[in-house]
Design a protein around this ligand. Structure first.
Ligand code: NAD
Length: 363
C-alpha cells in the first residue's frame, strides 16, 4: 500500500491510500473513524454485490451506528432529487455534523455522495472509495462534486475534499472490460497532459492495463492519483488554470456524453473528446503533425467501439459546448494542446474547424 498525502491551498491535507487488497483501513486512520458518531456506506445499486461486501471492510470492527444506502445505478444517481433523498435519509437516521459518509462506487456514486456530504448540515466528512478504473485515476479524487441538470453534465456542484481516498485496485476485478477501456480514456488524457515520467509509465502500461494486468493497473492508478492530487493541491478551486488541464477533452466529451443520453460511457466520451481536441489543436496550427500522430496513437490503442447509432447533430453539439460551464461566456472555449504536457485555453474557434473535428472524433 502507498499513502499519498498532499496539502491543499486551504492548508487541508488530503490523503489517498492506493494499493491492492488493502486491509485494516480503519486502524490505519483511527482519528477519522473514532470521531464519527454514525457512518453510512453509500453504494451504486447497479454494481455487483461483491463490491458492497468488500466495502464493508471499511467499517471499524466492533462498532455500532452503521447504515447502508443504495443509489440508483450510475448516472441516474447524479440528480438534485437523489442528493435530497440521501440527505433526508441521513436526517431521519439522526446523522449529525460529526457523522461520516463512505462512498463506494464509480465516479457517479462518488460525485453524488460527495455532493450530499457537502450540503448536509453545511458539510460533513466523507471517504471516497472509487471502484472503477476511471474513478480511481480521476473522478474519486480532487474534491469536485456534482449533479447533472437539464441534460447537461455537472452543472450544480461544490468543492468538498474527501477526508480520505481509498483506491483499492482489487475492486477492479469485477469491472467489465468496457468500463476498463472507458477508464483508459482518462488514462490517455494523463499521458497527454502529464509530465514525461507519467507519460512514459502510461505508454509502457497502457496495453497491459487494457488486458487487465493487475500490476500495471496498480502502477497506473498510483501514478495518476498522485498527479491528480498534486495538481489539485496547486489549484484546488480551479482558479489559476493549472487544474483546467485536467479538463482536456472534456468540453467535447461532455457534449458527446449528453447527446448519447446514457449510451456512451463517460470515459469513452472523453476519449472521443480528446481526439476532437487534438484535431482542433492541429487544424488551428497549435499542434505539429508529428506530435498529433504520437498523441492520436494513444486513442487508437484504446480500440474504442463505434459510437452509438444516434443522430449526431452538430448544431446540438455547438449548443451544448456554448453552455458548458467552462465556456465562461465565450461562444466556445476549449483546452487545446501545443505539445505533450503543454496546454492552453482557446476561445471562439471557427465553427467550420469545430465541425470537421466533430466528425473526425466520431469516426
Ligand atoms: N469529480 C470529478 O473530478 C470527476 C472527474 C471525472 C469524471 N467524473 C464523473 O464520473 C462519472 C463517471 O464515472 P465512472 O466511469 O466510474 O462511471 P459510473 O460511476 O457510471 O460507473 C460505471 C459502471 O460501473 C459499475 N461499477 C462500479 N464499480 C464497479 C465494480 N467494482 N465492478 C463492476 N462494476 C462496477 C457501475 O455500477 C456502473 O454501471 C461521470 O458522472 C463523470 O462526470 C467526475
Amino acid at each position: 500500500m502507498k499513502t499519498l498525502t498532499f496539502t491543499m491551498k486551504s492548508s487541508r491535507a488530503v490523503t489517498a491510500a492506493v494499493g491492492r487488497n488493502m486491509s485494516g483501513i480503519p486502524a490505519l486512520f483511527p482519528a477519522l473513524f473514532a470521531a464519527a458518531d454514525k457512518i453510512c456506506l453509500v453504494t451504486d445499486g447497479g454494481a455487483p454485490k461483491s463490491l458492497k461486501a468488500r466495502a464493508l471492510a471499511l467499517f471499524p470492527p466492533g462498532r455500532t451506528g452503521h447504515y447502508f444506502y443504495e443509489l440508483p445505478p450510475s448516472e441516474k444517481a447524479k440528480t438534485l432529487e437523489q442528493a435530497g433523498k440521501l440527505c433526508a435519509f441521513l436526517f431521519t437516521k439522526g446523522f449529525s455534523r460529526n457523522s461520516l459518509l463512505i462512498a463506494a462506487g464509480g465516479g457517479a456514486a462518488t460525485d453524488l455522495t460527495g455532493f450530499a456530504a457537502s450540503i448536509y448540515m453545511r458539510g460533513i466528512r466523507w471517504i471516497s472509495v472509487p471502484t472503477t478504473f476511471l474513478a480511481q485515476i480521476d473522478a474519486g479524487l480532487g474534491g469536485k462534486t456534482a449533479v447533472n441538470l437539464s441534460g447537461a453534465k455537472n452543472i450544480a456542484g461544490t468543492f468538498h475534499q474527501p477526508a480520505l481516498v481509498v483506491c483499492d485496485t482489487a475492486f477492479l476485478d469485477s469491472l467489465p472490460h468496457a468500463e476498463l477501456r472507458a477508464g483508459a480514456g482518462e488514462l490517455a488524457k494523463y499521458a497527454m497532459i502529464g509530465p514525461g515520467r507519467l507519460r512514459r509509465t502510461i505508454e509502457r502500461d497502457l496495453a497491459k492495463t487494457l488486458a487487465g494486468d493487475r500490476a500495471a493497473l496498480t502502477a497506473c492508478v498510483t501514478a495518476c492519483a498522485a498527479f491528480k492530487l498534486r495538481t489539485t493541491a496547486r489549484d484546488e478551486r480551479d482558479e489559476t488554470g493549472l487544474r483546467e488541464a485536467l479538463n482536456f477533452g472534456h468540453t467535447a466529451g461532455h457534449a458527446f456524453e449528453a447527446m448519447a443520453a446514457g449510451r456512451l460511457a463517460h470515459g469513452a466520451a472523453v476519449a472521443r473528446g480528446l481526439r476532437f481536441a487534438l484535431l482542433v489543436s492541429a487544424r488551428t496550427g497549435r499542434l505539429a503533425a508529428g506530435a498529433f500522430d504520437k498523441l492520436n496513437a494513444l486513442i487508437t490503442a484504446l480500440r474504442l467501439p463505434p459510437p452509438p447509432a444516434i443522430r449526431w447533430n452538430f448544431g446540438k453539439f455547438m449548443a451544448l459546448v456554448s453552455k458548458d460551464k467552462k465556456a465562461r461566456g465565450a461562444e466556445n472555449r476549449f483546452i487545446l494542446i501545443t505539445a505533450p504536457g503543454r496546454l492552453a485555453a482557446a476561445e471562439n474557434i471557427k465553427p467550420a474547424v469545430l465541425k470537421q473535428a466533430f466528425h473526425g472524433a466520431l469516426k
